[in-house]
Design a protein around this ligand. Structure first.
Ligand SMILES: Cc1cc2nc3c(=O)[nH]c(=O)nc-3n(C[C@H](O)[C@H](O)[C@H](O)COP(=O)(O)OP(=O)(O)OC[C@H]3O[C@@H](n4cnc5c(N)ncnc54)[C@H](O)[C@@H]3O)c2cc1C
Length: 492
């Protein structure tokens, strides 16, 4: 084993945020050690479960083409990609977080997103077009919806992890698996100088000049979910890794770090109901179980009542908060009702599911034991503003009149058999409560001072996401602040 005093930077965690930190620190000349609690075959946390879409500001198609050199001319000719301005994304973050996002951190996230994507490309990461969920067909072309994710890490979240590991391994960065950080080591002056870990041989101290905490939130800690997210959240199924149990948050709070952000907030969406009941600890399908095409359906609870505006905004800006509404329903479930008109548009996780189908609404109601369904659908159908043209590429204003809650956009009568019902429950992706940092990714203590030698990024960073997030923002956040944290930690 190496002399542990030789490490300049210890990175705790091995997901997207950690790997970006490690690569960045190494590039600045630091000797870096990555600590991963999981075994090698389950490494990389939620990164591996993610779709891999990454948000960033860009100037539209010409810039996207630069990042996707593999595209053929025919493929490029089929793409319509509107620009995504930095101001536009910043304003959207402020809108969805109800103006609570830390403006300084949000500004860094947005402004650095484009240079960080380019940096990742320079490191060797390859991207592919992010099509499903982001595009609508326009003749023989694909149009990207405004402010939607345009690029994906090649191979999705798993591809992102594999590629970042290949880059880190290629640089000779050491990773220790089955090695859990349990405590942050500080000297008498309060400077962080390493971590205590637990591995198969027991507890040991590993020292370093700086530590980057990138070991995720507490979504997989049943007790903390109940404690911070509230009653009932202990029963909710994590959609991703079971290793993110809040260890880094606990360790940092123990040495006086300041909590920041939305500690009762979380990214949670509709997933297959039966998968939402699988006992914790077993792997579920990640994005394969996702059921979030709200704009194409109505959702009813077991009493047959609608309870949310399924067309409030593009799903990329609402899906991460819509899981919580399911938890409030009887049995914590709902049925998403579609008709044959929209069935061909069901992508992402839906093709993996088996809907209950029927030729009449009455028959469907009987099959799913929701007697009030025909009345709810009749009221919904009567309320649709059919004189407004349907257009999935914009918030089309084709809503409902006179029903509560409304469906504000993309409302269509449910009138074409066969009818489909998908049972959905809540799945939690990650938590929003984190640590206070400055724009250099340094962790701040309860008195507003920097904790020397301590940095954080990714899910552990508090202060940007409140209520919900903007699609592709999780990976962007980890990469942007990971790059910053790694470079600054190396400077220690
Ligand atoms: C199903 C799903 C789909 C998603 N899709 C997208 C998407 O398409 N785009 C997007 O932007 N975001 C997406 N997200 C969110 C995204 O995955 C996360 O925001 C991102 O992975 C967080 O990165 P991270 O590095 O902070 O955490 P993680 O990737 O979860 O990594 C945390 C790491 O810390 C390790 N660890 C935990 N505790 C310790 C410890 N004590 N010691 C050592 N190591 C420890 C874990 O094993 C893991 O390696 C998705 C999430 C899920 C669950």
């Amino acid at each position: 084993m190496k002399n542990s005093k030789d490490f300049d930077v210890i990175v705790v965690g091995a997901g997207n945020a950690a790997l970006c930190s490690a690569i960045s620190a190494h590039n600045e000349g630091a000797k870096v050690l990555i600590l991963e609690k999981a075994p090698r075959e389950r490494r990389s946390g939620n990164c591996c479960f993610a779709g891999g879409g990454m948000a960033f500001w860009h100037k539209g198609l010409p810039e996207i083409v630069e990042l996707l050199p593999q595209l053929t001319k025919d493929e490029i000719d089929c793409m319509i990609v509107p620009e995504n301005t930095a101001d536009g994304w910043y304003n959207k973050i402020m809108e969805v977080t109800e103006e609570r996002a830390d403006p300084n951190l949000a500004e860094v996230l947005v402004s650095q997103s484009n240079p960080t994507v380019r940096w990742l490309r320079e490191q060797g990461l390859e991207f592919e077009p992010h099509i499903i969920g982001s595009t609508v067909r326009e003749g023989n072309k694909l149009r990207w919806k405004p402010q939607h994710t345009v690029i994906n890490a090649k191979g999705g979240g798993k591809g992102l992890s594999d590629s970042l590991f290949a880059i880190a391994d290629g640089k000779g960065i050491e990773t220790r698996y089955l090695t859990k950080a349990v405590q942050i080591l500080c000297n008498s002056g309060g400077r962080v100088h390493g971590v205590k870990v637990k591995d198969k041989e027991g507890f040991r101290d590993i020292t370093s000049k700086a530590v980057v905490l990138a070991c995720g939130g507490f979504e997989s800690n049943r007790e903390w979910r109940a404690r911070y997210l509230g009653p009932g959240w202990d029963l909710v199924r994590p959609r991703g890794t079971c290793f993110n149990t809040g260890d880094g948050l606990r360790m940092a709070l123990e040495i006086g770090a300041q909590p920041a952000g939305h500690w009762s907030g979380r990214h949670a969406t509709a997933i297959d109901y039966w998968q939402s009941r699988v006992p914790e600890g077993q792997d579920v399908g990640g994005i394969d179980d996702k059921r979030d095409m709200y704009h194409l359906c109505i959702q009813v609870n077991t009493n047959g009542q609608r309870f949310v505006d399924e067309g409030a905004d593009f799903k990329t800006f609402i899906y991460a908060k819509y899981g919580a509404y399911l938890l409030e329903q009887p049995l914590g479930m709902a049925w998403q009702i579609f008709d044959a008109k929209v069935a061909p548009l069901l992508t992402e996780g839906y093709p993996n599911g088996t809907p209950i189908t029927a030729d009449t609404i009455q028959e469907l109601a009987e099959k799913i034991s929701v007697p009030a369904l025909p009345r709810t659908i009749a009221e919904f159908n009567a309320s649709v503003k059919e004189n407004v043209p349907l257009n999935f590429a914009i918030r089309d204003g084709r809503g409902t009149v006179g029903i509560t809650p409304p469906k504000s956009n993309w409302a269509q009568k449910i009138d074409t058999p066969p009818f489909l019902a998908y049972g959905v429950g809540c799945g939690i992706s990650y938590t929003f409560g984190g640590l206070k940092i400055n724009t250099q990714a340094q962790v701040i203590d309860g008195e507003g001072e920097v904790i020397p030698g301590l940095y954080t990024t990714g899910e552990m960073l508090g202060g940007i996401w409140y209520k919900t997030y903007t699609g592709g923002g999780g990976i962007a956040l980890g990469a942007v602040f990971g790059r910053i944290a790694g470079a600054n930690a190396a400077g220690e």
